[in-house]
Design a protein around this ligand. Structure first.
Ligand code: NAD
Ligand code: MG
Length: 387
């Protein structure tokens, strides 16, 4: 078997390290071409050395010299900057894992799509902010976008090639996050430590806060629309605290198909890496007799306004999802830094959306412009909130 050539964007993060775990388990199946990271130079150099990567890209230019010296006795080139990141995404790899967090991952994800690569997409913010542009580019280049996000990976598996004509509903399951049963008053005093303590999944800080506000499910609603072409009205959200059913599809004949598994990202990542084959992931098998009970409940849009805001952004279209995402990224960073309260996250997003009326982005450059203005607006709104 010729190994599949793989690049991992965001190789030092939660999804990135799970991807490396799988890739290193099967050296005859996967050959690593490029790895990238923001600032964790030690983890990046270690991974590049272990996997014999050809290119390592560090986002922070002040760390380039250190990366070079750590890799000096290897065949791996060390680089920084936009062009190097684009090269990691569009060079020799056949499959690119997009695991950068936030809109920062948009340009390289788009570069991979334009180059006709198979894109294993974890970086949902890219699709939320530029879904139409990315799916349009994929249709032109022949790039295939395989969802790594567990819910979308589940739906992809349940659809088994059926399109939306045979589907009556996509049902995205949500754990409900660490504050599922908290009142609004209780949520008001929750700090970053409480918000990142997810009951079922171990993830990066940003997505953990998004799970606590349920903005994560809102972003996933928009992501599902772009991946599967279903309108907002055909995508439901269902809270399922055990995180065993990763999502479901209801077909027009009334049949409902669900995908189940242990809550471990290596399952959807492995599916995307080896598609259409399957490989042993080493993940603990699901034992339903131990889980015993699966429960489901409707989400509460009063306590979780982010759900309502994301649905409104999807239905409004144009620049609204870009503004939603940018304001949320800024607000989550401020919350993690202790500068705003938990409830201020959704407040900031709502106000930023209400005060913006940019036209729909026609290019990635437009998306980046709208993103930048929305971040500045969110910063301004947060200083108002603090006053
Ligand atoms: P993380 O914070 O653990 O890792 C992010 C990675 O991106 C790191 O390697 C970091 O170095 C890199 N990075 C961050 N900012 C960057 C920048 N400005 N430029 C270049 N590189 C940068 O995040 P994560 O939890 O692994 O999530 C990654 C993406 O996958 C997110 O979009 C998230 O929503 C999605 N996702 C994650 C999970 C999960 O279980 N962690 C599940 C589903 C989807
Ligand atoms: Mg998910």
């Amino acid at each position: 078997m010729t190994p599949r050539k793989v690049s991992i964007l965001g190789a030092t993060g939660s999804v990135g390290t799970s991807t490396l775990d799988l890739v290193e388990r099967y050296p005859d199946r996967f050959e690593v071409i490029a790895l990238t990271a923001a600032r964790n130079v030690e983890a990046l150099a270690d991974a590049a050395r272990r996997t014999s990567a050809k290119l390592a890209v560090i986002d922070d230019p002040s760390l380039l010299e250190e990366l070079r010296s750590r890799l000096v006795d290897t065949g791996c080139r060390a680089e920084t900057g936009r062009d190097a990141l684009a090269e990691a995404a569009s060079g020799d790899a056949e499959l690119v894992v997009a695991a950068i967090v936030g809109c920062a991952g948009l340009e390289p994800a788009m570069a991979a799509v334009e180059a006709g690569k198979t894109l294993a997409l974890a970086n949902k913010e890219a699709l939320v902010t530029a879904g139409d542009l990315m799916t349009g580019a994929a249709a032109r280049s022949g790039s295939v976008i395989l969802p790594v996000d567990s819910e979308h990976n589940a739906i992809f598996q349940c659809l088994a090639g059926n399109d939306c004509k045979q589907v009556s509903k996509l049902i995205l399951t949500a754990s409900g996050g660490p504050f599922r049963t908290k009142s609004v008053q209780e949520m008001a005093s929750m700090d970053a430590r409480a918000a990142v303590a997810h009951p079922n999944w171990s993830m990066g800080a940003k997505i953990s806060v998004d799970s606590a506000t349920m903005m994560n499910k809102g972003l996933e609603l928009i992501e599902a629309h772009h991946l599967f072409g279903c309108p907002s009205g055909q995508i439901d959200i269902l809270v399922h605290p055990q995180s065993v059913v990763h999502s479901m599809v209801e077909f027009i004949d009334g049949s409902v198909i669900a995908q189940l598994g242990s809550p471990d990202m290596r399952i959807p990542i492995a599916f995307a890496l080896s598609y259409p084959d399957r490989v042993d992931t080493g993940v603990e098998r699901l034992d339903l007799s131990k889980v015993a009970t699966l429960t489901f409940e409707s989400p509460d849009p009063e306590r979780f306004p982010a759900l309502r805001l994301a649905r409104a952004a999807l239905e409004e279209g144009g620049s609204a999802p870009v503004v939603l995402n940018a304001a949320n990224e800024e607000a989550v960073t401020a919350f993690l830094g202790g500068r705003i309260g938990f409830l201020d996250i959704a407040r900031t997003v709502e106000e930023a959306m209400a005060r913006t009326s940019a036209s729909a982005p026609r290019s990635i450059a437009d998306v980046i412009d709208i993103d930048r203005s929305a971040r500045a607006l969110a910063q301004h709104l947060m200083t108002e909130l603090a006053a």
